[in-house]
Design a binder for this molecule. Structure first.
Ligand code: TRP
Length: 449
């Protein structure tokens, strides 16, 4: 079992590449819009600081100490007699489930890049709506085609491995993404809409914060940091020897949060500039934004291309972290070659992904639904609301209660200093598991807030 090591900067970029994804640039802005802005953002920031960061440190620690795939890492670190903890490592399979719909959305983004180049931006909201609804509702072949392209791109990068694939692509795409987004921000700052965007995102209107918004903010802070699924764990198994877990977790958390906020500011500045509504749901980026950008003429087309390019980069670097854990597992435990592992996993989520995209179409929607719910939504709900919080719960319980205290202190205490370490330890033992358990039960409808 030979594990390659990232370079220090390579690890930071890879972990940040995992964290910064569709969640930051597509989902965070539309959720902020739907849940009324400021108060939602504040809850999101607080959970990131007090729960997200602590769990990220815990998850990195398991990988850095275990130095193997998710299952083997849990098995190695579990105390004698408790080796059944290795089953917690199966959280890696959540990545495959997430990939079924994540890849479909990357496909939509690629399709948008393609159509913006070939036929420009929609002129009216109706036209934009029609374009998006036709893509999702009727264009089966186009969706399958671009979903397949996404599967091939992601598969190829993972096939090249930790250094030549994952590290290398992140070292290119992450800086590129940041240059694009910060460039767009600079332009957005010159617009009148920018002040409105600032106010919308940072002035908390508490009356808009209902219990649903609260729970969704906690859940999203988890999704956006790539926690609870073994992605960060698997990358941390390749952590360079002298890297500080605390420091890298901090940088990654910071970058992820910053990019979500910047993406939000850019999108809302453009939208408010022409008086568009923020609460448009998932179509915000695919319907409202292109229509608004049309008002900027040629410049708008360039902005749209840059924006969707950044979105594609963010999506791909996250996608590889969803696939790598299971691939690593198959290599370590079943002696698969990397190529075979990638082929098998890619084929599975490619196939189920087709089912997911069909579930939104007019012709197949009924067939691909269970109890009136499209397969796409079922897959998303299961991972987002049940499996990821469950994974996060297991990670914090494992680190908080099963790893020897001396081992924790030797690593994390030395890095953080005693006082911060105590706060972290408290969060991992009490706050994080309780919050996650509560959230999971609430989302499953077992308890009400
Ligand atoms: N964090 C990514 C996003 O914001 C998605 C993602 C990648 C993810 N890897 C993950 C989510 C692992 C949960 C677990 O889009």
């Amino acid at each position: 079992m030979k594990i390659q090591r990232f370079s220090k900067i390579g690890f930071i970029m890879a972990a940040a590449g995992s964290a910064v994804g569709l969640g930051n640039i597509w989902k965070f802005p539309y959720m902020t819009g739907e849940y009324g802005g400021g108060a939602f953002v504040l809850v999101y920031l607080i959970t990131i600081a007090f729960i997200g960061f602590s769990v990220m440190v815990a998850e990195m620690l398991i990988g850095a100490l275990g130095r193997a795939d998710t299952v083997t890492s849990f098995e190695r670190l579990a105390p004698p007699g408790k080796k059944w903890w290795k089953y917690a490592g199966f959280m890696g399979f959540n990545g495959v489930i997430i990939m079924t719909f994540y890849s479909v959305v990357i496909g939509w983004i690629l399709y948008y890049l393609f159509t913006i180049v070939t036929s420009g931006l929609p002129e009216t909201t109706e036209e934009a709506k029609r374009a998006f609804n036709t893509l999702v509702g009727d264009q089966i072949a186009a969706q399958i085609f671009f979903h397949t392209v996404s599967v091939i791109i992601v598969g190829y990068i993972v096939y090249r491995g930790i250094k030549a694939g994952i590290e290398r692509i992140n070292l290119i795409l992450m800086p590129a993404l940041m240059v694009i987004l910060f460039g767009l921000l600079l332009y957005a700052m010159t617009l009148d809409g920018f002040r409105e965007a600032l106010a919308f995102m940072f002035e908390p209107k508490w009356e808009k914060l209902n219990s649903e918004a609260l729970i969704r903010a906690v859940g999203h802070s988890f999704f956006t940091l790539s926690l609870g699924m073994g992605a960060i764990l698997t990358y941390a198994a390749s952590l360079p020897k002298d890297a500080s877990i605390t420091q890298t977790a901090f940088i990654v958390t910071f970058m992820d949060t910053l990019i979500a906020l910047v993406a939000g500011l850019v999108i809302f500045s453009f939208l408010f500039q022409f008086g568009a509504e923020p609460g448009q749901g998932p179509g915000l980026v695919f319907i409202s934004l292109p229509t608004i950008l049309h008002n900027f003429g040629t410049l708008g087309v360039i902005f749209a291309l840059l924006f969707f390019l950044a979105l594609a980069f963010a999506g791909v670097t996250s996608a590889i972290s969803l696939v790598e854990p299971v691939v690593q597992y198959l290599i370590d435990r079943f002696h698969f070659t990397r190529g075979k592992a990638v082929l098998l996993i890619s084929f599975i989520y490619w196939l189920v992904g087709i089912g997911a995209l069909l579930s939104y179409t007019n012709s197949w929607g009924k067939v691909m639904s269970v109890g009136g719910k499209p397969l796409f939504d079922i897959l998303e709900y299961t991972t987002d609301s049940i499996l990821l919080p469950l994974g996060g719960f297991l990670i914090s319980v494992f680190v908080g209660y099963l790893l020897p205290k001396s081992q924790l202190f030797a690593q994390i205490g030395r890095e953080m200093g005693e006082r911060a370490y105590r706060v972290w330890y408290f969060s991992v033992r009490y706050i994080a598991p309780l919050a996650l358990l509560f959230m999971m039960l609430n989302l499953m409808g077992v308890i009400e807030l």
